[in-house]
Design a protein. Structure first.
Length: 247
């Protein structure tokens, strides 16, 4: 099943590469847009979950629970779960879509590596994954892996993409967090933690993995930021220091 999943990615990616004039960088960007369209329900769920958590912070009953059980973590967690059930809120609703993205990242990474076959054995493996009814293999292989100043099959040498990946991931993560969070709120603490761990993790990926993957990260992040902003659901105040945020 996993090999079939990767084969679908490879064929779609190379089909786009072929019809746009064999520019692999642009193919990755367009492929990312396609993935965003397909995964729109997950993104909508993330927006809904983030909005529900934001609204909950202003709920008087919720605030009372935080104060009443501030020193009893176990009881606080029980009361929080009770409120989540009563209001039909999934506390992990804004985090789950991000985690679901990992299989897509792994499949895309494998697709890029296999598409940029560098040895005869790699070419043989690639040919087994391609559908001759869709792709003219003879005119596609080997692929042109150059894009701007990069070889998309190698890590970007100047660390520029790693910085941009980490920065855009951080911005996107912060924009989906509730405007104000209680330090005793476990779900809010998880969101805050992911806002810092995800940029570091993806930045490290950008440093060590082929730069084609970084092109995917940046495109996906920028599309996500634009998506939140266009819907008026981006919490821009989260990007400011705490002392500068409006209450």
């Amino acid at each position: 099943m996993w090999e079939a999943f990767i084969a679908i990615f490879i064929n779609v990616l190379l089909w786009i590469y072929n019809i746009i004039g064999q520019n692999f960088g642009v193919a990755i960007i367009l492929f990312t847009i396609l993935i965003k369209v397909v995964t729109w329900p997950l993104n909508a769920q993330q927006l809904k979950g983030a909005k529900a958590m934001q609204d909950l912070q202003a709920d008087k009953d919720w605030q009372a629970i935080q104060k009443k059980y501030a020193k009893d973590k176990e009881k606080l967690a029980q009361e929080q779960m009770r409120v989540y059930r009563e209001k039909g809120i999934n506390p992990f609703g804004s985090c789950l879509p991000t985690l679901v993205q990992f299989p897509i990242i792994i499949a895309l990474y494998q697709s890029i590596i296999r598409a940029l076959a560098a040895t005869p054995l790699d070419l043989l493996e690639l040919s087994r994954s391609l559908n001759p009814n869709i792709l003219d293999v003879a005119n596609l292989i080997p692929l042109d892996s150059t894009f701007l100043w990069m070889n998309l099959g190698q890590p970007e040498p100047f660390y520029i993409l790693a910085v941009v990946v980490a920065l855009t991931t951080y911005i996107q993560s912060k924009l989906t967090l509730p405007t104000s969070t209680n330090p005793n709120d476990q779900s809010a603490a998880m969101g805050q933690s992911m806002a810092y761990t995800m940029p570091l993790m993806l930045g490290w990926f950008a440093l060590t993995f082929p730069s084609g993957l970084s092109v995917y990260f940046i495109t996906s992040n920028v599309l996500g930021i634009v998506q939140y902003a266009a819907q008026g659901k981006a919490n821009w105040s989260n990007l400011l220091p705490k002392g500068m945020r409006s209450s």
